[in-house]
Design a protein around this ligand. Structure first.
Ligand code: ATP
Ligand code: MG
Length: 244
């Protein structure tokens, strides 16, 4: 028997919004940040009418080898990317902790900062959600926050069975429901599909392709200026050329 239950929209519509400002969170390696991340975070803000969404770069992603470039470069690129957008904010709390960046710790620290009543909405892409059962203390995530799963080309979120989830899946079909409760609900957010990935961008740059039109212009310039994501010998050749 499945442990999931769907909370009906009727049940939810009886609930009043908490009156507490909801907090939107979107984590990642941002190695480098691209339009897929930025549009996802913005559509999270627009869907829930959030004042802002916090972009939280990982210090040390728990599920992969260390990010390709330093934390300082990833932060600098994020800063450049969101400079013109008041709805997206940089949140470096994971950088300030040692060891792996566990989402449960980040959500708990936001809970401490904003209090028990504030609705927390943690957004993540469908590909990341697919692996959520393997996350550290996964069964506690919904105790601390709501979760919005954003569509991402290449992953069918509807194919993920509730039974593979580490928690009782309380899916709701009305976005507003997540504003009526501090935690505990799941929502599927159909975002504008953008088949962009950092891995592909890194591979293309290593091959010598410019990353233009996949990420903000200022970030493209930064990557070029610092010669990021190039194979070590290409970097050497370029810096030699620069000396001549
Ligand atoms: P990598 O290829 O290095 O894993 P990535 O493009 O997947 O990079 P991440 O930093 O791993 O980017 O992703 C951070 C979050 O953004 C994850 O929740 C991921 O699912 C989501 N995300 C990334 N790109 C997209 C996209 N194009 N559409 C929707 N969600 C995305
Ligand atoms: Mg990824």
């Amino acid at each position: 028997m499945s442990t999931s239950r769907t909370v009906s929209t009727k049940q939810i519509s009886n609930k009043k919004p908490l009156g507490k400002k909801a907090i939107g969170v979107f984590g990642g390696s941002f190695d480098p940040v691209h339009f897929g991340h930025l549009r996802a975070a913005l559509e999270l803000a627009l869907t829930f009418n959030l004042e802002s969404v916090r972009l939280v770069p990982n210090h040390q992603p728990p599920h992969r080898a260390l990010a390709d470039v330093s934390a300082q470069h990833r932060i600098a690129m994020l800063e450049l990317a969101i400079r013109q957008c008041g709805q997206l904010k940089l949140d470096t709390r994971e950088m300030d902790r040692n060891g792996p960046s566990y989402t449960i710790d980040t959500l708990m620290s936001l809970r401490e900062e904003f209090g028990v009543e504030a609705p927390l909405i943690f957004g993540l892409g469908a590909d990341a959600f697919e692996k959520i059962a393997s996350w550290h203390r996964a069964n506690e995530l919904l105790e601390v926050s709501n979760i919005a799963v954003l569509s991402r080309p290449g992953t069918d979120v509807n194919a993920i069975s509730d039974q593979t989830l580490p928690f009782a899946a309380h899916w709701v079909s009305a976005a507003d429901a997540l504003l009526s409760t501090p935690s505990g609900l799941l929502y599927k957010l159909e975002m504008t599909p953008l088949a962009i990935s950092s891995t592909r961008i890194r591979e293309q740059i290593a091959r010598g392709w410019a990353p233009d039109f996949l990420l903000p212009e200022a970030v493209c310039h930064y990557i070029e200026q610092h010669q990021l994501y190039r194979p070590a010998n290409a970097r050497l050749t370029l810096s030699k050329e620069a000396e001549l």
